[in-house]
Design a binder for this molecule. Structure first.
Ligand code: NAD
Length: 255
C-alpha cells in the first residue's frame, strides 16, 4: 500500500526499540518517513540503525523513560535536531503487570499507570508543543488496547485495563483541545504476537490456546496487521478522522 503524502515526513515512535513500536516504525519508514525511536532500552540505538539500513530513511534514537516529562521533552528536542520536527507520533511504550487486584501494591499500580497513561500524555504533549507554536498540522496515534473496553480472561490485569481505557479518553480529549491543528486518534489492538506476549505464548501454550479460541479470526495478530491502520491515521487520507479509537482485534470484541 502507498500513502504518498507520508514521503519525507518525520515520525517519532515511543517504545520503538522492539515489538509493535518497531514494526509500526517500519511501516512509516516504508513510506519514506524519517523516524525517531524512543525507548528506555539501550537496544534502541541498534533498532534505529537497522531501520535506516533496511529502509534507506534518516533515523534517530533516544534512550528515555517516558514517565519523566523533562527527559521526554529533551528526547523530542534531540530527535528534532537530528531529523526535523516530528509531525507524526506513535506512542507504543507500554507495560503490563498481572496480579490479583486485591493484592496489587501502590508501586506496581503506579508503575503501570505511569508508563501507559502518564508516559503517553508526556510524549503527546512534547510532540504537540512545537507544532501548536508553529501553527502546523500533525497526527498523533496512541496505542491503546482492546483491554480498554473488554476484560481479558483468565489473567488479572485491572491496572492495565484501566490505563488503556484512560488512553482512549485522553485521545478524545486532546483531539478536541488541539483541533484543527492536530489530529489525535488511538489504535486498540487485540492479542498481538510481540515480545510482550511471546513470553506467555511460549511458557504457557494452554493460556495462548484459550486466547485464540476466543478470537473469531482464529489466530493472534501480527504487528504487521496494524500497519494499514497506522498509515491511514498518519496520512492526510484520514484528515477528517480525529478523536476515535480504531479496534484491530480479529473480531475479539465483536462477540
Ligand atoms: P513490548 O514489550 O514488546 O514493547 C514495548 C516497548 O515499550 C519496549 O521496547 C519497552 O522497552 C518500551 N517501554 C516500556 N516502558 C517504557 C518506558 N517507561 N519508557 C520508554 N519505553 C518503555 O510490547 P508490545 O506488545 O510491542 O506493546 C506495545 C504497545 O502495544 C503497548 O502499549 C501495549 O500495551 C500495546 N498492546 C499490545 C498488545 C499485545 O498483544 N502485544 C495488545 C494491545 C496493546
Amino acid at each position: 500500500m502507498k500513502f504518498d503524502d507520508l514521503n519525507g515526513r518525520v515520525a517519532v515512535v515511543t517504545g520503538g526499540a522492539r515489538g509493535i513500536g518497531y514494526s509500526l516504525a517500519e511501516a512509516l519508514a516504508s513510506q519514506g518517513c524519517a523516524v525517531g525511536l524512543l525507548d528506555r532500552l539501550p537496544d534502541v540505538e541498534t533498532s534505529a540503525e537497522r531501520l535506516a539500513a533496511d529502509h534507506g530513511v534518516p533515523a534517530a534514537h533516544a534512550v528515555v523513560d517516558v514517565t519523566d516529562p523533562g527527559s521526554v521533552s529533551a528526547a523530542f528536542a534531540s530527535v528534532g535536531e537530528a531529523i526535523g520536527t516530528p509531525d507524526i507520533l506513535v506512542t507504543a511504550a507500554g507495560i503490563t503487570i498481572w496480579g490479583d487486584a486485591e493484592h496489587v501494591d501502590r508501586e506496581t499500580w503506579g508503575r503501570v499507570i505511569d508508563v501507559n497513561l502518564s508516559g503517553t500524555f508526556y510524549s503527546t504533549q512534547a510532540f504537540a508543543r512545537p507544532l501548536l507554536e508553529q501553527g502546523r498540522q500533525g497526527s498523533a496515534i496512541l496505542i491503546s488496547s482492546m483491554s480498554g473496553r473488554v476484560v481479558n480472561v483468565p489473567q488479572h490485569q485491572a491496572s492495565y485495563n484501566a490505563s488503556k481505557a484512560a488512553v482512549d479518553q485522553l485521545a478524545k480529549s486532546l483531539a478536541v483541545e488541539w483541533a484543527p491543528s492536530l489530529r489525535v486518534n488511538a489504535i486498540a489492538p487485540g492479542y498481538i504476537l510481540s515480545d510482550m506476549t511471546r513470553q506467555f505464548t511460549e511458557q504457557e501454550p494452554e493460556l495462548a490456546a484459550q486466547w485464540v479460541d476466543a478470537i473469531p479470526a482464529g489466530r493472534m495478530g501480527d504487528p504487521e496487521d496494524l500497519h494499514g491502520v497506522v498509515l491511514l491515521l498518519a496520512s492526510d487520507a484520514s484528515r477528517y478522522l480525529t478523536g476515535q479509537t480504531v479496534v484491530v482485534d480479529g473480531g475479539y470484541t465483536a462477540i
